[in-house]
Write a protein that binds this ligand. Sequence first.
Ligand code: BGC
Length: 739
Amino acid sequence: MKKITLLLFAFASLLQAQVPVYLDPTKDIEARVEDALKRMTLAEKIGVIHAQSKFSSAGVKRLGIPDFWTDDGPHGVRPDVLWDEWEQAGQSNDSCVAFPALTCLAASWNPEVSRAYGHALGEEGLYRGKGMILAPGINIYRTPLGGRNFEYMGEDPYLTSRMVVPYVQGLQSVGVASCVKHYCLNNDEEYRHQVNVIVSDRALHEIYLPGFEAAVKEGKAWGVMGAYNLYKDEHNCHNQYTLNKILKKDWGFDGVLVSDWGGAHDFDQAVRNGLDMEFGTWTDGLTMGATNAYDMYYLSKQYQKAIVEGKYTTKELDEKVRRVLRLFFRTTMNKQRPYGFLCSESHYEVAQKVAAEGIVLLQNEGNILPIKPQGKKILVVGENAIKMMTVGGGSSSLKAQHEISPLEGLKMRLKGIGNVDFARGYVGDVGGNYNGVSTGQNLKDDRTPEVLIAEAVEKAKTADYVIIFGGLNKSDYQDCEGHDRKSMELPYGQDKLITAIAAVNKNTIYVNISGNAVCMPWRKQVPAIVQGWFLGSEAGIGLADVLLGNTNPSGHLPFTWYENLSQVGAHSFGEAAFPGIWREGKKIIDEEYKEGIYVGYRWTDKQKLKPAFAFGHGLSYTTFKVSNLKAVNAVTTDGNMTFTVDVTNTGSMEGSDVVQLYITDSKCSVDRPVKELKAFQKVSLKPGETKTVTLKTDKRALSFWDEASDDWKAEPGQFVAQAGDASDRLTCKVKFTLQ
Ligand code: BGC
């Protein structure tokens, strides 16, 4: 009997060694994390904290935990690359829906649209087998030269916070982790690996961190990506202050801190300073990396060896692994995950909705928009009317299932109604390849700028309307990762073209495609200007619908549209403030954010500058009145306030307005901005309709970051709240007191 039991036992343990020991799915996540952690060997633990390919890390086969796949982010799920190459894997199932860029999403000022965006992206990611999407990007727009501003949500920490939370929640609601990036202070691109940002604690907390804090505390993001740059002389992928202290201790972040690709640079810091998953590192120091360098990563073999040799205990390792396991149980090991869908109709609808709500009507003199197309000759001009924009820009480059260009969109919508002609106008970048994905377009045109302009002008003379599509194009230095723009002017001689056309046709409409403000020296000569962003798959439809009035525009600027760089805080303190000054040896460049908290409208307000278009500006085909702002409580002791304000559609078309509430501290012991956005709501109204909107603010809305106590502080006294529908169109105000 004893013999038989022993035999059975031996057989059972043999089985145990060979068959995966699946983890009990009924236990709660923390119990499962501890359970799994106990069963893992040192090698298995090391295996899950660093990459095994360009975009994946290992699971634990023995325990039935699958490999973990990440992907970019943030405008659609990036096509798959080869295991250890940046070349395309050549899949036929990785064409996606390209959603509008995040600047457009922010311009919608509609958190529910952001939730739908995250959700649709999550479903696409799920279909493609991704456990984490490297998105969204929320670095603050500090200068219009910032190469990646198009992937971010503008200049204001409050707007960014309100928009990032539902994006993260929507994405994670389908069991795909969000990896909010790039934490933190990655506000320009040119020297992103070498820049050491010097910024006051106050600006750090008031301007640069709130979006991340909201994503973590309210959005409950499961992932955050460390930024490439340095802060306090440590890279942000392993930074004692930003990661261990602020992110993990102060905010209680329980997810994984993922390094940006190749963002880890120091072994001991990688172990101790908050990095949980290392991706993309080229630890042999070669610029182009080594083949299959994964064993050479900091958090790989050398870490394992150092633990075996007793140089580190497993304290830091177990903490990292716990977080990674938590990520697994929230995503790939979550049996409740719904199904994924790729390129579904509902995703295209979301893409259209974001475009419809985010396109900004900047100017519309004489109400020349919307176009009345019946029997009219419409001339479309410009490379951006035909160029596919979903390919390019860096890691957010996509392989879209389809992309409707502005010219195609107009032709589709005007079929049988108007007559559309096209003139190239200028030649910008005729390339259409990024990272092995090609648009397949041949945009080559060898004519000289003079010939191109002459042709467009000639045609413009007899057109009823001219619509010029210009701007930037996601090529290097034109809204693209890795570099900043070299100037704020439009490239490729577009100013000349636009001026020449406006001189011969008074119905000229300029549609700007970009994620950044551009100089518009001809602004007064062109009656209508539309900000058309990078709109993704449905670009042409979104734009045509606004131009033709099928959509009443309701986007508002998420950043200040400066006339030129002389109006920008970051450019007002010489090169020390941008792009920075190299230290001896040229390894590190110090960039000091000398404008402090005065970013965007906070700067133009303080300096009394009039930008081309103010933060929060956006017109409609109808008109609105924002009036009757009231504080429900005139005195607050806990800092909580409730306001009501009326918004009326005073025009003749149904439309949506964005009611914005700004707060001013009348008297304070520290210098404070003239006003700051603290609440907003998008409201849809029929002609003649009035709605009373309720806006609530809390103590944080009255507070500044007090460097002495290292905390938020609201000083008792009088405050003023103002409401309107742009930062320069505040039409009512009310005073209240914090006691
Ligand atoms: C970018 C990240 C991106 C990563 C992976 C990096 O170069 O900065 O935003 O997620 O590459 O593609």
